[in-house]
Design a protein around this ligand. Structure first.
Ligand code: HEM
Ligand code: HEM
Length: 225
């Protein structure tokens, strides 16, 4: 089982994740239509890029946008969850040792204490995100079982990773459960809302360009529309 999970399944999950996200990004760009969107994307690449980066930057900054400021509970829950969700899988020592052995390549690694702390933060963030979906009527009416499923799939590698890390119960069993959950997350990402890992950047860039090029960013510069 371990050989399967760290051999063919590992490769399949990596390929599906990276190629899948690339395809989603390409399809997003191909779906843009400057005439329908009424944004001259190509005609003003410089100002477009500037406002695209600006929009992404403010959204990645806690309390950076009006939306984050108006919803402080969501901001705290979101960043508690996302800082660890993005950084731990990439920079965990154990993951990079695994990668080094597998493909002879590894990234910068973070301190084990920091990784533990961020992983607990992901779990706390998930609880806060679930409570928000239950407590706020305007979020509750939009919430379906699918939203909870995405949260469970997302947090599973963090819970099982910690169980393995603290050697609770049978280490090898929990490590295999962990790797299975991690690979499941990677494989499902391009086909579910988890594709926001790339589509967040695409849609923020698009809207940033929209604001920069059309809705005021180029005011007074002789735009035809
Ligand atoms: C793709 C296959 C994966 C493999 C082979 C793998 C392997 C491992 C290994 C060997 C450990 C260390 C267990 C120990 O300390 O003894 C670990 C821990 C962990 N992994 Fe993974 N993992 C994978 C995917 C993922 C994914 C996709 C995520 C998150 C999205 C994730 C999150 C974690 C976390 C949070 C820990 C524990 C962190 C801590 O030490 O505090 N893993 N993983
Ligand atoms: C660079 C990477 C990422 C960015 C920029 C990002 C951004 C976002 C944004 C903007 C939202 C919507 C928040 C809202 O409702 O207002 C969101 C939600 C969510 N993200 Fe991410 N994300 C990233 C990576 C990840 C990863 C790696 C995971 C899973 C391990 C993840 C899991 C989730 C989940 C489960 C939600 C829904 C939360 C809820 O139910 O309220 N994200 N993300």
């Amino acid at each position: 089982m371990y050989e399967m999970l760290t051999g063919p399944f590992f490769w399949i999950s990596m390929l599906v994740f990276w190629i899948g996200l690339l395809v989603r990004a390409i399809l997003y760009i191909r779906g843009l239509d400057w005439q329908l969107d009424r944004v001259a994307y190509r005609a003003h690449p410089k100002i477009g890029a500037k406002f695209a980066l600006r929009s992404i930057g403010f959204w990645l900054l806690p309390f950076g946008t009006q939306g984050w400021k108006k919803q402080p509970y969501m901001t705290v829950a979101f960043f508690l969850f996302h800082v660890g969700a993005v950084l731990v899988p990439l920079f965990l020592i154990a993951h990079n040792i695994f990668l080094e052995n597998k493909i002879g390549f590894s990234l910068f690694t973070m301190d084990q204490g920091v990784a533990d702390f961020l992983t607990w933060a992901v779990i706390l963030g998930t609880i806060l995100l679930i409570l928000r979906r239950i407590a706020l009527p305007e979020v509750r009416i939009l919430t379906t079982a699918y939203d909870y499923m995405i949260l469970v799939i997302s947090v599973a590698p963090f819970i099982t990773g910690l169980i393995a890390r603290y050697h609770i119960g049978d280490y090898h069993f929990w490590l295999m459960v962990h790797i299975f959950c991690g690979e499941l997350l990677l494989i499902l990402t391009p086909f579910t809302k988890l594709s926001h890992i790339i589509l967040f950047f695409m849609s923020r860039a698009q809207l940033g360009m929209d604001y920069g090029i059309k809705r005021g960013g180029m005011k007074g510069e002789g735009m035809a529309w």
